[in-house]
Design a protein around this ligand. Structure first.
Ligand code: FEO
Ligand code: CA
Ligand code: CA
Length: 620
């Protein structure tokens, strides 16, 4: 039993109450002895997919593949010559968070809904972007957002249904609605939308969530990089704009030169309309996506839902930046049970009313949810908050006031389906403990934290609406052989990894961990053995075992993973694989994904389908 574990178990009466209460939640950490029996794969820099021999993988939906919209299925042009209009009907780039929604009850059909996080302009356009144009800005916007595809399982594996009445691309120019307390306020009004309730598009869609009523939640993460302007306009940036990174001259792309709404000097409120959780009904391709402002604005990572005991819904969220926070929203109203159209209609404003909290992780293994409500805890006009709309718009600043714990880049959050225990990846934070930066603390115990880890907590009385919890570290990742690395795994023989990012619990309670290690970690350094290409590991919280299941091709990160409810199929996204170059001539060679058609020298992010060759449970 490691130190954290003891603290977790011995942290006072409240924790004991919580531990006693867990038996009411269900069997805690159910044993799953048959799990993780697969042949784990080694650390490798092999430029392809590496899987246990008893598993097979297929490419399903690479960037540029037709989404399947009826009457509009342009083929992928491997030279980057698809138009902006084509791209709005094809798989976006940089696949990320993903969920499988079954259609029917026989397990043979479903909707696969996934995010497209960002673009690599080198590959997106025939001639890159040394010279930006308005058409390139449009194509770039169309390459982000969300795909809804229909898939079916045939005798020889899963296939995309082409065309499908469900197929849909939501992208950076799709009309959508803004709802909740910030909608309609002056902070969201623009020249194009004087009401402050309508916005074009979603982009930078990273992690995700699923509501109890069967809608998909897409999270807008690094939205700030798309807004820009002339450098001299940077002087006008407010402290809030600096905190959110929307500062002219620091943009990642030159959208602002060709699409005026991205020019911070002309439309300072436009970025206030991004950084939200977007709710999408995947079963109704005509539905309007809605940005839910009650959940607060941040670089959204995850919107993971769990029902509270009284039937309200809690939504767990991270904010992926160094020293940012972990949040929870609890709805005001109770959820109408069910996932049919009637339930979705009855719950259509459920995420518009509720309370937002930020997490504080105390050194004794206990934690508190601190309310972010105007007029409470010092969140008031004296501290710069005129009303609740400003609190939600600048949730980071409100969290500062009440004293949330500044975390090591919170990424994905997953809830154990049986115990209700909540797991979050803290991917890394090399600034921790640097001069002028926050020092290590109990929850973020390593300075210059290069490897990250997984922290977890258990809400008091097993209730997602509780305001107290007990926490510990599940993993402090990194190279355990390296003295001073501070790595710690629940079992000594765990397969090691670094920079955990994506996180998914399957219906059986296995935790699937996706990594996003930088090249130093992948290739090793003078202080660390190579950890290989980014990978997907399977952890069993019941036993503490962790085994490496899949390793991706060079340059990629693995992000976005979901198992079907029967656990016989795993879908996983490979994002930004590297190009392949002929060492002798420097010429581009056919790139990953191997076997995708048409063959392309432009690497393509893609969804991969993994099955056991004998059709058995994945991870067993
Ligand atoms: Fe999109 Fe925080 O990774
Ligand atoms: Ca991520
Ligand atoms: Ca990451």
């Amino acid at each position: 039993m490691n130190f954290d574990r003891r603290v977790f178990l011995q942290s006072g009466a409240a924790a004991l109450v919580a531990l006693l209460a867990e038996s009411a939640v269900g069997a805690p950490r159910p044993a799953s002895p048959a799990m993780l029996g697969f042949s784990p794969v080694p650390v490798t820099l092999h430029d392809g997919l590496t899987l246990p021999a008893e598993y097979a993988a297929e490419i399903l939906y690479p960037w540029g593949a037709p989404t399947g919209i009826i009457g509009a299925m342009p083929a992928f042009a491997p030279d980057g010559s698809n138009s902006a209009a084509d791209q709005a009907l094809q798989a976006g780039m940089h696949h990320d968070g993903m969920h499988f929604f079954p259609l029917g009850t026989d397990g043979r059909r479903g909707l696969l809904v996934m995010n497209h996080e960002y673009t690599d302009e080198r590959w997106l356009h025939t001639d890159g972007v040394d010279r930006w144009t308005a058409a390139k800005v449009r194509k770039s916007l169309h390459a982000m957002g969300v795909s809804v595809i229909e898939i079916e399982r045939a005798a020889d594996g899963w296939r995309q249904v082409l065309p499908s009445r469900f197929a849909r691309r939501i992208h950076g120019a799709t009309p959508m609605r803004i709802a909740g307390p910030v909608a309609g306020t002056p902070w969201l009004r623009t020249a194009a939308d004087p009401e402050g309730t309508r916005v074009l598009g979603t982009f930078a869609n990273c992690a995700m969530g699923v509501t109890p009523w069967g809608t998909y939640l897409s999270c807008e993460e690094n939205f700030h990089g798309y807004f820009g302007g002339p450098k001299q306009a940077a002087a006008q940036a407010t402290p809030a704009q600096r905190r959110y990174g929307t500062v002219a001259g620091t943009q990642w792309v030159e959208y602002w030169r060709f699409d005026e709404r991205f020019d911070l000097s002309k439309h300072p409120n436009e970025p206030n309309r991004f950084g939200w959780v977007v709710e999408i009904d995947p079963f109704d391709p005509r539905s309007t996506p809605v940005k839910r402002t009650a959940l607060g604005r941040k670089r959204q990572e995850s919107a993971t839902c769990r029902l509270a005991r009284d039937g309200r819904v809690a939504v767990y969220m991270g904010d992926d930046a160094a020293f940012e926070y972990i949040y929870k929203f609890v709805s005001r109203d109770t959820v109408r049970p069910g996932q049919d159209a009637a339930a979705r209609a009855a719950n259509r404003t459920l995420l518009d009313h509720g309370t937002l909290y930020v997490a504080r992780y105390d050194a004794d293994g206990r934690g508190r949810w601190l309310e972010l409500t105007h007029g409470r805890g010092g969140i008031d006009a004296a501290n710069g908050f005129a009303d609740q709309a400003q609190v939600l718009l600048h949730a980071r600043l409100a969290a500062d006031v009440v004293g949330g714990t500044k975390m090591d880049r919170p990424e994905w959050i997953a809830v154990h389906p049986q115990t209700g225990e909540v797991y979050v990846t803290l991917t890394n934070n090399i600034l921790r403990g640097e001069p002028g930066q926050p020092a290590a603390d109990a929850a973020n115990p390593r300075e210059r934290n290069v490897s990250g880890g997984i922290l977890r907590w258990r809400e008091d009385e097993g209730d997602a609406a509780s305001l107290g919890f007990a926490w510990d570290h599940f993993v402090l990742a990194g190279d355990p052989a390296q003295p001073g690395a501070g790595a710690r795994y629940p079992q000594a023989d765990a397969d090691a990894f670094g920079s955990p990012d994506g996180l998914h619990f399957d219906s059986g309670g296995l935790l699937w961990v996706q990594t996003d290690m930088g090249s130093t970690q992948r290739n090793g350094s003078d202080t660390q053995a190579p950890m290989g290409n980014n990978q997907l590991l399977c952890a069993d919280p019941a036993s503490g075992r962790i085994r490496r299941f899949l390793v991706g091709p060079n340059g990629c990160e693995i992000t976005g993973c979901v198992l079907t409810p029967d656990r016989r199929t795993l879908f996983v996204n490979v994002q930004h694989p590297a190009e392949r170059v002929d060492a002798a001539t420097g010429a581009l060679l056919p790139a990953w994904p191997d076997g995708a058609t048409p063959v392309s020298t432009r690497p393509r992010s893609a969804t991969v389908v993994v099955r056991r060759r004998d059709g058995g449970i994945v991870g067993s």
